[in-house]
Design a protein around this ligand. Structure first.
Ligand code: NAD
Length: 261
């Protein structure tokens, strides 16, 4: 329970990797602010589960990561209702698969807004509070696609490369304030985001569903296994420890060897 008394905001925590982060942070004692879309009853059940796990407050805030005003309001609500904004896990993300000359402009705009620009707005809103306390942890979910490309993912690859650069830059700016800024870059994790891109990948590459899973997704990773949401969250949780205070400005891969290969 090393995070007792601290508050963690996790964007995009109604499913997948973000939900695993929310559970891991609550199990370490943090008050957790849930965010993302989904079924209201299911989200409320998660919120109740988190509060029971942590013994602390758990909130749900539906801020849309495309909306800067809602992001700022989310941070202020965490401050008002839990007294802190100590850990920010910027994790919300979407994906779209299409060749660049057929890439819908609205999809490009949404991917850049949610996967990259929202992180900038979270940092703007949260860093003054962290600086005032002399302690903070900013962790973003980037991707192996912050380091390597795949065809038909122009917006996603551009956003994740940008996120790695944003992370390094801001880490330097707050290096003497007790705040670390890192991103964790998973390989493929079996979540709705990956499942939903399979049909478009089948179309773009002329493959069957099984071929996409075996020859595109698992083929990228020398381990031939999906990374799990719990593995990503456990890795991120370590970054919240005082023992991790020297880790900043890093893009930490956990990709089954993908980027090594
Ligand atoms: P997911 O689809 O399970 O979760 C995405 C979350 O983001 C959901 O909670 C969703 O409601 C939320 N979200 C989407 N649009 C939002 C918006 N406008 N405002 C607020 N929340 C919004 O997917 P996931 O795989 O768990 O993805 C989480 C992060 O991990 C993303 O940033 C993704 O790019 C990254 N990632 C995923 C993989 C993978 O293979 N699944 C690999 C590397 C990186």
């Amino acid at each position: 329970m090393f995070l007792t008394g601290k508050t963690a905001i996790v964007t995009g925590s109604t499913s997948g990797i973000g939900l695993a982060y929310a559970r891991a942070l609550a199990a370490a004692g943090a008050s957790v602010v849930l965010n993302g879309f989904g079924d209201a009853d299911a989200i409320e059940a998660i919120r109740v589960e988190l509060a029971a796990t942590s013994g602390a407050a758990a909130l749900y805030d539906p801020a849309d990561m495309r909306e800067p005003d809602q992001i700022a309001a989310l941070v202020e609500r965490a401050m008002a209702e839990t007294g802190g904004c100590d850990i920010v896990v910027s994790n919300a993300g979407i994906q779209h698969v299409a060749p660049v000359d057929q890439f819908p402009v609205d999809k490009w705009d949404a991917i850049l807004a949610i996967n990259l620009t929202s992180v900038f707005h979270m940092m703007r809103a949260a860093i003054p509070h962290m600086r005032a306390k002399g302690w903070g942890r900013i962790i973003s979910t980037a991707s192996a696609h912050s380091l390597v490309a795949s065809p038909n993912k122009a917006a996603y690859v551009a956003a994740k490369h940008g996120l790695a650069g944003l992370t390094k830059t801001v880490a330097l700016e707050v290096a003497q304030c007790g705040i670390t800024v890192n991103c964790v870059s998973p390989g493929y994790v079996w979540t709705p985001l990956v499942e939903n891109q399979i049909p478009d990948t089948m179309t773009a590459r002329g493959l069957t569903r099984d071929q996409v899973i075996a020859d595109v997704l698992l083929a990228a990773q020398p381990t031939k296994q999906f990374v799990t949401p719990e593995q990503v969250a456990a890795f991120g949780l370590f970054l919240c420890r005082d023992e991790a205070a020297a880790i900043t400005g890093a893009n930490l891969t956990m990709d089954g060897g993908w980027t090594a290969a």
